[in-house]
Design a protein around this ligand. Structure first.
Ligand code: PLP
Length: 402
Protein backbone atom coordinates (compact mmCIF):
# COMPACT_ATOMS: atom_id res chain seq x y z
CA UNK A 1 0.00 0.00 0.00
CA UNK A 2 1.40 3.41 -0.98
CA UNK A 3 1.31 6.24 1.57
CA UNK A 4 -1.26 8.97 0.97
CA UNK A 5 -4.86 9.93 1.49
CA UNK A 6 -7.13 7.19 0.08
CA UNK A 7 -9.64 8.59 -2.39
CA UNK A 8 -12.87 6.79 -3.22
CA UNK A 9 -11.79 6.36 -6.85
CA UNK A 10 -11.33 2.82 -8.18
CA UNK A 11 -8.27 2.16 -10.35
CA UNK A 12 -9.14 1.31 -13.96
CA UNK A 13 -9.28 -2.44 -14.39
CA UNK A 14 -7.81 -2.02 -17.86
CA UNK A 15 -4.63 -0.63 -16.33
CA UNK A 16 -4.27 -3.64 -14.06
CA UNK A 17 -4.16 -5.76 -17.24
CA UNK A 18 -1.37 -3.66 -18.67
CA UNK A 19 2.09 -5.09 -17.92
CA UNK A 20 4.10 -2.07 -19.03
CA UNK A 21 5.44 -1.28 -15.56
CA UNK A 22 6.52 -4.87 -15.21
CA UNK A 23 8.47 -4.86 -18.48
CA UNK A 24 10.52 -1.79 -17.69
CA UNK A 25 10.87 -2.39 -13.97
CA UNK A 26 12.29 -5.88 -14.56
CA UNK A 27 15.25 -4.48 -16.51
CA UNK A 28 15.66 -1.58 -14.09
CA UNK A 29 15.82 -4.05 -11.18
CA UNK A 30 18.54 -6.03 -12.99
CA UNK A 31 20.60 -2.85 -13.49
CA UNK A 32 20.19 -1.78 -9.85
CA UNK A 33 21.18 -5.23 -8.60
CA UNK A 34 24.23 -5.22 -10.92
CA UNK A 35 25.32 -1.76 -9.79
CA UNK A 36 25.02 -2.75 -6.13
CA UNK A 37 27.21 -5.79 -6.59
CA UNK A 38 29.66 -4.16 -9.03
CA UNK A 39 29.78 -0.46 -8.08
CA UNK A 40 33.06 0.06 -9.97
CA UNK A 41 32.13 -1.67 -13.24
CA UNK A 42 30.75 0.56 -15.94
CA UNK A 43 27.68 -1.06 -17.44
CA UNK A 44 27.34 -1.09 -21.23
CA UNK A 45 23.74 -1.08 -22.42
CA UNK A 46 22.90 -2.69 -25.76
CA UNK A 47 19.35 -2.83 -24.56
CA UNK A 48 17.87 0.47 -25.62
CA UNK A 49 16.21 1.33 -28.92
CA UNK A 50 17.19 4.98 -28.72
CA UNK A 51 19.30 6.99 -31.16
CA UNK A 52 22.81 7.76 -29.90
CA UNK A 53 24.35 9.91 -32.65
CA UNK A 54 23.87 13.69 -32.95
CA UNK A 55 21.32 15.13 -35.38
CA UNK A 56 23.11 16.66 -38.42
CA UNK A 57 23.60 20.43 -38.13
CA UNK A 58 21.95 21.00 -41.46
CA UNK A 59 18.73 19.98 -39.66
CA UNK A 60 19.24 21.53 -36.21
CA UNK A 61 20.25 24.88 -37.77
CA UNK A 62 16.83 25.06 -39.47
CA UNK A 63 15.14 24.36 -36.13
CA UNK A 64 17.33 26.98 -34.46
CA UNK A 65 16.45 29.56 -37.08
CA UNK A 66 12.78 28.70 -36.80
CA UNK A 67 12.92 28.99 -32.99
CA UNK A 68 14.57 32.44 -33.24
CA UNK A 69 11.95 33.46 -35.80
CA UNK A 70 9.28 32.82 -33.17
CA UNK A 71 10.63 35.90 -31.37
CA UNK A 72 9.77 38.08 -34.36
CA UNK A 73 6.42 39.28 -35.70
CA UNK A 74 7.15 37.83 -39.14
CA UNK A 75 8.38 34.49 -37.86
CA UNK A 76 5.88 33.91 -35.09
CA UNK A 77 3.28 31.19 -35.56
CA UNK A 78 0.82 29.76 -33.05
CA UNK A 79 -1.28 26.62 -33.17
CA UNK A 80 -0.57 24.40 -36.14
CA UNK A 81 -3.41 22.32 -37.56
CA UNK A 82 -4.10 18.85 -36.15
CA UNK A 83 -3.38 17.54 -39.66
CA UNK A 84 0.08 19.15 -39.91
CA UNK A 85 1.16 21.71 -42.50
CA UNK A 86 0.34 20.84 -46.09
CA UNK A 87 3.92 21.59 -47.16
CA UNK A 88 5.34 18.91 -44.82
CA UNK A 89 2.61 16.40 -45.71
CA UNK A 90 3.37 16.96 -49.38
CA UNK A 91 7.09 16.50 -48.74
CA UNK A 92 6.43 13.22 -46.88
CA UNK A 93 4.42 11.96 -49.86
CA UNK A 94 6.94 13.16 -52.46
CA UNK A 95 9.99 11.75 -50.68
CA UNK A 96 8.64 8.58 -49.06
CA UNK A 97 5.49 7.52 -50.93
CA UNK A 98 6.04 8.73 -54.49
CA UNK A 99 3.99 6.73 -56.98
CA UNK A 100 2.37 4.63 -54.23
CA UNK A 101 -1.12 6.13 -54.36
CA UNK A 102 -0.80 8.15 -51.13
CA UNK A 103 -2.12 11.74 -51.09
CA UNK A 104 -1.01 14.59 -48.80
CA UNK A 105 -4.55 14.66 -47.36
CA UNK A 106 -4.07 11.04 -46.18
CA UNK A 107 -1.09 12.06 -44.01
CA UNK A 108 -1.38 13.34 -40.42
CA UNK A 109 1.78 14.76 -38.86
CA UNK A 110 2.07 14.12 -35.13
CA UNK A 111 4.39 14.03 -32.15
CA UNK A 112 5.64 10.50 -32.93
CA UNK A 113 4.54 7.01 -33.83
CA UNK A 114 3.50 5.98 -30.34
CA UNK A 115 0.94 8.78 -30.14
CA UNK A 116 -0.40 7.83 -33.60
CA UNK A 117 -0.81 4.21 -32.51
CA UNK A 118 -2.59 5.25 -29.31
CA UNK A 119 -4.96 7.56 -31.20
CA UNK A 120 -5.70 4.81 -33.73
CA UNK A 121 -6.55 2.36 -30.97
CA UNK A 122 -8.65 4.96 -29.18
CA UNK A 123 -10.54 5.51 -32.42
CA UNK A 124 -11.16 1.81 -33.07
CA UNK A 125 -12.44 1.39 -29.50
CA UNK A 126 -12.68 -1.58 -27.22
CA UNK A 127 -14.95 -3.83 -29.31
CA UNK A 128 -12.31 -4.73 -31.91
CA UNK A 129 -10.00 -7.73 -31.93
CA UNK A 130 -6.33 -7.21 -32.75
CA UNK A 131 -3.73 -9.71 -33.99
CA UNK A 132 -0.07 -9.01 -33.21
CA UNK A 133 2.99 -11.01 -34.22
CA UNK A 134 4.73 -12.72 -31.35
CA UNK A 135 7.37 -11.46 -30.63
CA UNK A 136 6.60 -7.82 -31.25
CA UNK A 137 7.01 -4.27 -29.96
CA UNK A 138 5.64 -4.86 -26.45
CA UNK A 139 3.89 -1.52 -26.25
CA UNK A 140 1.26 -2.74 -28.73
CA UNK A 141 -0.33 -5.63 -26.79
CA UNK A 142 -0.17 -3.47 -23.67
CA UNK A 143 -1.93 -0.60 -25.45
CA UNK A 144 -4.59 -3.07 -26.59
CA UNK A 145 -5.10 -4.02 -22.95
CA UNK A 146 -5.29 -0.39 -21.99
CA UNK A 147 -8.01 0.26 -24.58
CA UNK A 148 -9.83 -2.98 -23.67
CA UNK A 149 -9.16 -4.73 -26.99
CA UNK A 150 -8.89 -8.48 -27.33
CA UNK A 151 -5.34 -9.42 -28.45
CA UNK A 152 -4.42 -12.54 -30.37
CA UNK A 153 -0.72 -13.32 -30.62
CA UNK A 154 0.50 -14.89 -33.86
CA UNK A 155 3.64 -16.87 -33.19
CA UNK A 156 6.49 -15.94 -35.58
CA UNK A 157 9.24 -18.54 -35.67
CA UNK A 158 12.66 -18.69 -37.40
CA UNK A 159 11.44 -21.31 -39.92
CA UNK A 160 8.68 -18.92 -41.07
CA UNK A 161 11.16 -16.08 -41.53
CA UNK A 162 9.83 -14.60 -38.25
CA UNK A 163 6.57 -13.71 -40.00
CA UNK A 164 3.24 -15.00 -38.68
CA UNK A 165 1.82 -18.08 -40.39
CA UNK A 166 -1.33 -16.54 -41.84
CA UNK A 167 -2.62 -19.86 -43.14
CA UNK A 168 -3.43 -20.77 -39.52
CA UNK A 169 -4.36 -17.32 -38.26
CA UNK A 170 -7.91 -16.51 -37.14
CA UNK A 171 -9.76 -13.47 -38.50
CA UNK A 172 -9.34 -10.31 -36.43
CA UNK A 173 -10.55 -6.76 -37.05
CA UNK A 174 -7.07 -5.27 -36.87
CA UNK A 175 -3.66 -6.76 -37.63
CA UNK A 176 -0.55 -4.95 -36.36
CA UNK A 177 2.66 -5.68 -38.27
CA UNK A 178 5.99 -3.94 -37.81
CA UNK A 179 8.62 -4.18 -40.54
CA UNK A 180 11.54 -4.24 -40.03
CA UNK A 181 10.31 -5.85 -36.88
CA UNK A 182 11.26 -4.80 -33.39
CA UNK A 183 12.69 -7.03 -31.89
CA UNK A 184 13.69 -9.58 -34.58
CA UNK A 185 15.28 -7.01 -36.89
CA UNK A 186 13.79 -8.79 -39.92
CA UNK A 187 12.09 -6.92 -42.78
CA UNK A 188 9.04 -8.65 -44.25
CA UNK A 189 9.47 -9.75 -47.85
CA UNK A 190 7.27 -8.59 -50.73
CA UNK A 191 5.62 -12.04 -50.83
CA UNK A 192 4.86 -12.02 -47.10
CA UNK A 193 3.32 -8.56 -47.35
CA UNK A 194 1.32 -9.52 -50.44
CA UNK A 195 -0.08 -12.47 -48.42
CA UNK A 196 -0.87 -10.11 -45.56
CA UNK A 197 -2.75 -7.71 -47.81
CA UNK A 198 -4.76 -10.48 -49.43
CA UNK A 199 -5.47 -12.00 -45.97
CA UNK A 200 -6.79 -8.62 -44.79
CA UNK A 201 -8.87 -8.13 -47.95
CA UNK A 202 -10.36 -11.63 -47.67
CA UNK A 203 -11.24 -11.16 -43.99
CA UNK A 204 -12.31 -7.53 -44.04
CA UNK A 205 -9.51 -6.63 -41.62
CA UNK A 206 -7.49 -3.42 -41.38
CA UNK A 207 -3.68 -3.59 -41.17
CA UNK A 208 -1.80 -1.22 -38.86
CA UNK A 209 1.62 -1.19 -40.51
CA UNK A 210 4.42 0.18 -38.34
CA UNK A 211 7.26 1.28 -40.60
CA UNK A 212 9.31 3.32 -38.12
CA UNK A 213 12.52 1.44 -39.05
CA UNK A 214 11.88 1.53 -42.83
CA UNK A 215 14.92 3.72 -43.55
CA UNK A 216 17.19 0.83 -42.47
CA UNK A 217 15.95 -1.43 -45.29
CA UNK A 218 18.66 -2.01 -47.88
CA UNK A 219 17.84 -5.31 -49.60
CA UNK A 220 14.88 -4.25 -51.75
CA UNK A 221 12.22 -5.41 -49.26
CA UNK A 222 9.26 -3.00 -49.29
CA UNK A 223 9.77 0.16 -47.24
CA UNK A 224 6.05 0.83 -47.24
CA UNK A 225 3.00 -1.45 -47.24
CA UNK A 226 1.68 0.70 -50.11
CA UNK A 227 4.26 -0.93 -52.39
CA UNK A 228 1.83 -3.86 -52.34
CA UNK A 229 -1.09 -3.57 -54.79
CA UNK A 230 -4.44 -3.25 -52.99
CA UNK A 231 -2.88 -2.05 -49.70
CA UNK A 232 -4.31 1.48 -49.87
CA UNK A 233 -7.76 -0.06 -49.26
CA UNK A 234 -6.84 -2.10 -46.19
CA UNK A 235 -3.78 -0.56 -44.54
CA UNK A 236 -2.90 2.35 -42.32
CA UNK A 237 0.84 3.07 -42.08
CA UNK A 238 2.69 4.65 -39.18
CA UNK A 239 6.03 6.42 -39.70
CA UNK A 240 8.42 8.38 -37.52
CA UNK A 241 11.42 10.69 -37.60
CA UNK A 242 12.64 9.03 -34.35
CA UNK A 243 14.86 6.35 -35.88
CA UNK A 244 15.10 8.03 -39.30
CA UNK A 245 16.57 11.25 -37.92
CA UNK A 246 17.41 10.80 -34.22
CA UNK A 247 14.21 12.69 -33.30
CA UNK A 248 13.41 10.43 -30.33
CA UNK A 249 13.62 13.52 -28.12
CA UNK A 250 12.49 16.13 -30.67
CA UNK A 251 9.30 14.08 -31.34
CA UNK A 252 7.84 13.94 -34.83
CA UNK A 253 5.97 11.23 -36.70
CA UNK A 254 3.06 10.69 -39.05
CA UNK A 255 0.31 8.31 -39.95
CA UNK A 256 -1.13 7.61 -43.40
CA UNK A 257 -4.87 6.93 -43.38
CA UNK A 258 -5.96 6.55 -47.01
CA UNK A 259 -9.56 7.63 -47.62
CA UNK A 260 -10.16 4.27 -49.33
CA UNK A 261 -9.90 2.45 -45.97
CA UNK A 262 -13.50 2.28 -44.77
CA UNK A 263 -15.50 0.88 -41.86
CA UNK A 264 -18.12 -1.86 -42.27
CA UNK A 265 -20.77 0.88 -42.63
CA UNK A 266 -18.92 2.38 -45.59
CA UNK A 267 -17.70 5.50 -43.73
CA UNK A 268 -14.04 6.41 -44.30
CA UNK A 269 -11.79 5.72 -41.33
CA UNK A 270 -9.91 8.96 -42.05
CA UNK A 271 -12.92 11.12 -40.99
CA UNK A 272 -12.97 9.50 -37.56
CA UNK A 273 -9.19 9.64 -37.26
CA UNK A 274 -9.30 13.33 -38.04
CA UNK A 275 -11.96 13.80 -35.38
CA UNK A 276 -10.03 11.87 -32.71
CA UNK A 277 -6.85 13.78 -33.57
CA UNK A 278 -8.67 17.10 -33.28
CA UNK A 279 -10.01 16.14 -29.86
CA UNK A 280 -6.93 14.49 -28.43
CA UNK A 281 -4.06 16.41 -30.03
CA UNK A 282 -5.63 19.72 -31.00
CA UNK A 283 -2.38 21.43 -31.94
CA UNK A 284 -0.55 18.60 -33.75
CA UNK A 285 3.22 18.44 -33.44
CA UNK A 286 5.56 21.23 -32.31
CA UNK A 287 6.17 23.71 -35.13
CA UNK A 288 9.93 23.66 -34.37
CA UNK A 289 9.97 19.88 -34.80
CA UNK A 290 8.03 20.24 -38.04
CA UNK A 291 10.61 22.72 -39.37
CA UNK A 292 13.26 20.11 -38.54
CA UNK A 293 11.24 17.37 -40.24
CA UNK A 294 11.05 19.44 -43.39
CA UNK A 295 14.86 19.91 -43.33
CA UNK A 296 15.27 16.12 -42.92
CA UNK A 297 13.37 15.51 -46.14
CA UNK A 298 15.52 17.71 -48.36
CA UNK A 299 18.05 15.91 -50.53
CA UNK A 300 20.98 17.04 -48.32
CA UNK A 301 19.01 16.13 -45.19
CA UNK A 302 18.35 12.59 -46.42
CA UNK A 303 22.01 12.17 -47.45
CA UNK A 304 23.21 13.19 -43.96
CA UNK A 305 20.66 10.94 -42.25
CA UNK A 306 21.61 7.93 -44.36
CA UNK A 307 25.24 8.33 -43.19
CA UNK A 308 24.05 7.95 -39.59
CA UNK A 309 21.85 4.99 -40.44
CA UNK A 310 24.89 3.40 -42.14
CA UNK A 311 26.87 4.02 -38.94
CA UNK A 312 24.31 2.05 -36.90
CA UNK A 313 24.30 -0.67 -39.53
CA UNK A 314 28.09 -0.91 -39.35
CA UNK A 315 27.65 -1.35 -35.57
CA UNK A 316 25.19 -4.14 -36.37
CA UNK A 317 27.70 -5.78 -38.75
CA UNK A 318 30.39 -5.69 -36.03
CA UNK A 319 27.99 -7.35 -33.59
CA UNK A 320 26.82 -9.92 -36.16
CA UNK A 321 30.44 -10.89 -36.94
CA UNK A 322 31.18 -11.18 -33.23
CA UNK A 323 28.15 -13.42 -32.61
CA UNK A 324 29.14 -15.61 -35.56
CA UNK A 325 32.65 -15.97 -34.10
CA UNK A 326 31.09 -16.88 -30.71
CA UNK A 327 29.14 -19.65 -32.45
CA UNK A 328 25.81 -17.93 -31.77
CA UNK A 329 23.12 -17.85 -34.45
CA UNK A 330 21.95 -14.29 -34.93
CA UNK A 331 19.15 -12.87 -37.10
CA UNK A 332 18.30 -9.37 -38.30
CA UNK A 333 20.77 -6.49 -38.23
CA UNK A 334 20.97 -6.13 -42.03
CA UNK A 335 17.81 -4.06 -42.51
CA UNK A 336 17.48 -2.93 -38.93
CA UNK A 337 19.31 -1.68 -35.83
CA UNK A 338 18.28 -4.83 -33.95
CA UNK A 339 19.87 -8.25 -33.77
CA UNK A 340 17.93 -11.26 -32.53
CA UNK A 341 20.34 -13.76 -31.00
CA UNK A 342 19.30 -17.38 -30.58
CA UNK A 343 20.38 -19.17 -27.38
CA UNK A 344 19.15 -22.76 -27.74
CA UNK A 345 18.54 -24.69 -24.56
CA UNK A 346 18.81 -21.65 -22.30
CA UNK A 347 16.34 -19.07 -21.06
CA UNK A 348 16.54 -15.45 -22.17
CA UNK A 349 16.55 -14.27 -18.59
CA UNK A 350 19.38 -16.60 -17.57
CA UNK A 351 21.66 -15.48 -20.44
CA UNK A 352 20.80 -11.82 -19.83
CA UNK A 353 21.91 -12.27 -16.21
CA UNK A 354 25.08 -14.07 -17.29
CA UNK A 355 26.11 -11.31 -19.73
CA UNK A 356 25.37 -8.74 -17.06
CA UNK A 357 27.32 -10.54 -14.35
CA UNK A 358 30.32 -11.64 -16.40
CA UNK A 359 30.64 -8.95 -19.10
CA UNK A 360 28.67 -6.05 -17.57
CA UNK A 361 26.70 -5.86 -20.81
CA UNK A 362 22.93 -5.34 -20.68
CA UNK A 363 20.65 -6.60 -23.44
CA UNK A 364 16.89 -7.18 -23.51
CA UNK A 365 15.69 -10.73 -22.82
CA UNK A 366 13.57 -11.93 -25.77
CA UNK A 367 10.59 -13.00 -23.66
CA UNK A 368 9.91 -9.34 -22.90
CA UNK A 369 8.61 -9.11 -26.49
CA UNK A 370 6.15 -11.98 -26.09
CA UNK A 371 6.19 -15.70 -25.25
CA UNK A 372 7.76 -16.67 -28.62
CA UNK A 373 10.73 -14.45 -27.76
CA UNK A 374 11.83 -16.96 -25.11
CA UNK A 375 15.23 -18.42 -26.08
CA UNK A 376 16.34 -15.17 -27.80
CA UNK A 377 18.06 -11.91 -26.86
CA UNK A 378 17.49 -8.53 -28.49
CA UNK A 379 20.75 -6.66 -29.01
CA UNK A 380 20.54 -3.04 -30.11
CA UNK A 381 23.13 -1.56 -32.47
CA UNK A 382 22.30 1.99 -31.42
CA UNK A 383 25.37 3.34 -29.59
CA UNK A 384 28.74 4.97 -30.11
CA UNK A 385 31.17 2.73 -32.02
CA UNK A 386 33.65 2.53 -29.12
CA UNK A 387 30.89 1.19 -26.85
CA UNK A 388 29.96 -1.50 -29.37
CA UNK A 389 33.62 -2.55 -29.74
CA UNK A 390 34.08 -2.60 -25.97
CA UNK A 391 30.97 -4.76 -25.57
CA UNK A 392 32.38 -7.25 -28.11
CA UNK A 393 35.71 -7.36 -26.26
CA UNK A 394 33.96 -7.98 -22.96
CA UNK A 395 31.73 -10.74 -24.36
CA UNK A 396 34.87 -12.65 -25.43
CA UNK A 397 35.31 -13.43 -21.72
CA UNK A 398 32.14 -15.56 -21.98
CA UNK A 399 32.77 -16.81 -25.54
CA UNK A 400 36.54 -17.35 -25.82
CA UNK A 401 37.85 -17.80 -29.41
CA UNK A 402 37.44 -21.42 -30.52
N1 PLP B 1 7.07 1.52 -33.16
C1 PLP B 1 8.12 0.74 -32.89
C2 PLP B 1 8.19 -0.61 -33.49
C3 PLP B 1 9.14 1.17 -32.03
O1 PLP B 1 10.18 0.35 -31.77
C4 PLP B 1 9.05 2.46 -31.46
C5 PLP B 1 10.08 2.95 -30.54
O2 PLP B 1 11.01 2.30 -30.15
C6 PLP B 1 7.94 3.24 -31.78
C7 PLP B 1 6.97 2.76 -32.62
C8 PLP B 1 7.76 4.61 -31.18
O3 PLP B 1 8.29 5.59 -32.03
P1 PLP B 1 8.17 7.13 -31.71
O4 PLP B 1 9.44 7.54 -31.04
O5 PLP B 1 7.98 7.79 -33.03
O6 PLP B 1 6.98 7.34 -30.81
Amino acid sequence: MAKGFPSGVERSELLSNCESELFFSKLRAKVLAHNNVHPNEKLISLSIGDASEPIPQIITSVMEQFAHGLSTREGFSGYTTHHGPESLRTQIVEVLYKGLGVKPSDVFVSDGAKGCLARLMMMFGSAVTMAVPDPTYPVIPQMCNLFGQNVIRLSSKPDGGFFPDLSNAPRTDLIYVCSPNNPTGIAATREQLADLVSFARKNGSIILYDAVYAAFIADGSPKSIYEIPGATEVAIEIGSFSKLAGFTGVRLGWVVVPDSVVFANGKPVVSDYSRVTLLVAPAGASNIAQAGGSACLTQEGIEELMKIIEYYKENARILLNAFASFGLEAHGGLNSPYIWVQIPGRSSDEVCDEWLERAHVLITPGDMFGPSGEGFLRVSAFGHREIILEAVTRLKAIYPPM
